[in-house]
Design a protein around this ligand. Structure first.
Ligand SMILES: [Zn+2]
Ligand SMILES: [Zn+2]
Ligand SMILES: [Zn+2]
Length: 427
């Protein structure tokens, strides 16, 4: 048996074989590896260069192409981020810019590069409300049906082909139904109602009824078979206030977000939070057609992560814990609850597109009133516990935007019963 030597690193108690000592210069393998890692880190820090991929590029279309292009990670390069987000750039495109981008996405799809093409088509559809007819035709021809939101304004011809495919294309049935839900025109509504009354044979292969796919596109059939929207088309974003600006103009704002409540949560004992405080008299809020003074929507930020919580409200700012609430199977212990604090937010009076945040993975900050919800998981409209009607989505708070956290709180209202609901989703 050969003799073992002590590792030469100060404070290391390991002993090593002479052969190892020869290879490493007298230190043990873990110490040697640590040394190499430190050397590599120092090398990278000394040699890393800033790379500006946008230098000299002024055309927003070219800038977006660079942004969307996937790149290999190179530790020796530090990419300078562009001063505007993709969302901001899409807002600024004109008609011919949008057409050029669509043409570019088509070229990518012809080469079967769908990742980038999908991002471009989704951004055009959500951020700029553009019709993407030419792009969609190629997408459809290539046998792609997801994300369904791309089919939002599909032609009658594509719609009829989708309906026809449902009969035999069982592998894509889920996506075909989602695409149809997004089209949601008179013919689709009629078709969904027919399926509700006479479920087709293939419906037994689904996990849910064909007509319930409409929730993913924000509508459902009412009892008479008509289309009922589950959100308001009008939508306004909330933006994080710049430093020093916090609270400015709040008194005149249509909506104030995230204030602490005077009440405590009966489940965990922590203070409730008023997520949204609506001034119902404000001109901007008139699209809700609520005849009152004030609507306050409170929630327990902790318990609400574990299930839907209902509140009884009036239209004068009053609210109270609903008798319909059922304690979830799991709740946090009061002692584990951290104090939360937020960045101040301000409602923008600039109306935005209905579907601006409808596709969550585009990663735009998504706090808003009205508009289509940004589902992280499947659509989850609660049923009013009092009248059993699906509740309407009215607002959402994106926690990544207001706090160094994650997930989205979704707010709903049953106008007839004056009950609000809050639920939460995360990745
Ligand atoms: Zn050592
Ligand atoms: Zn609670
Ligand atoms: Zn109700």
């Amino acid at each position: 048996m050969s003799e073992r030597l002590p590792c030469q690193t100060l404070g290391c108690k390991a002993s090593i074989l002479p052969a190892t000592a020869l290879k490493t210069g007298g230190i043990c393998m873990p110490c040697h590896q640590k040394k190499l890692a430190l050397e590599e880190k120092a090398y990278i820090e000394q040699n890393r260069k800033d790379v500006d991929l946008y230098a000299g590029v002024n055309d927003p279309v070219e800038i977006l192409k660079i942004m969307h292009k996937p790149r290999k990670y190179n530790p020796l390069e530090h990419e300078i981020t562009y001063q505007k987000t993709a969302q901001e750039l899409y807002h600024q495109l004109n008609e011919s810019d949008r057409e050029r981008l669509e043409t570019y996405a088509i070229a990518l799809m012809e080469e079967d590069d769908f990742g980038q093409a999908e991002t471009i088509l989704l951004s055009l559809a959500c951020f700029s409300s553009a019709r993407i007819e030419r792009g969609l035709e190629v997408f459809f021809r290539k046998g792609k049906y997801y994300p369904g939101i791309l089919y939002k304004e599909a032609s009658q011809d594509i719609r009829d082909k989708l309906i026809h495919q449902l009969e035999y294309n069982s592998a894509n049935r889920n996506h075909l139904l989602l695409a149809l839900a997004w089209i949601g025109d008179e013919e689709v509504v009629r078709q969904f109602e027919t399926w509700r009354q006479h479920p087709p044979q293939w419906a037994s292969e689904l996990n849910t009824s064909p007509e319930s796919y409409s929730h993913e596109a924000g509508w459902e059939l009412d009892t008479g078979g008509r289309k009922k929207l589950l959100y308001y088309p009008e939508s306004y974003p909330l933006k994080v206030c710049a430093e020093g600006e916090s609270g400015m103009n709040r008194a005149h704002s249509a909506v104030v977000v995230l204030q602490s409540s005077e009440y405590s949560c009966p489940w965990c004992g922590s203070k409730l939070t008023v997520l949204f405080d609506y001034n119902l008299q404000h001109p901007l809020i008139q699209y809700m057609k609520l005849s009152g003074q004030r609507l306050r929507i409170a929630a327990c930020m902790h318990c609400n992560c574990y299930g839907t919580v209902f509140m009884k409200v009036d239209l004068d700012g009053g609210y109270s814990w609903s008798e319909y609430n059922v304690v979830p199977d799991f709740l946090p212990e009061n002692k584990d609850i951290e104090e939360l604090s937020w960045r101040a937010m301000q409602l923008s009076e600039q109306q935005m597109g209905t579907y601006e945040h409808a596709f969550w993975t585009l990663e735009a900050p998504a706090t808003q009133i009205g508009g289509h919800p940004a589902w992280i998981q499947d659509a989850e409209y609660p049923v009013c516990p009092c009248c059993s009607v699906t509740m309407k989505f009215i607002a959402q708070i994106d926690m990544e935007q207001v706090e160094f956290s994650e997930g989205i709180y979704y707010i709903y209202l049953c106008e007839a019963c004056l009950i609000v609901a809050v639920n939460y989703q995360q990745t």
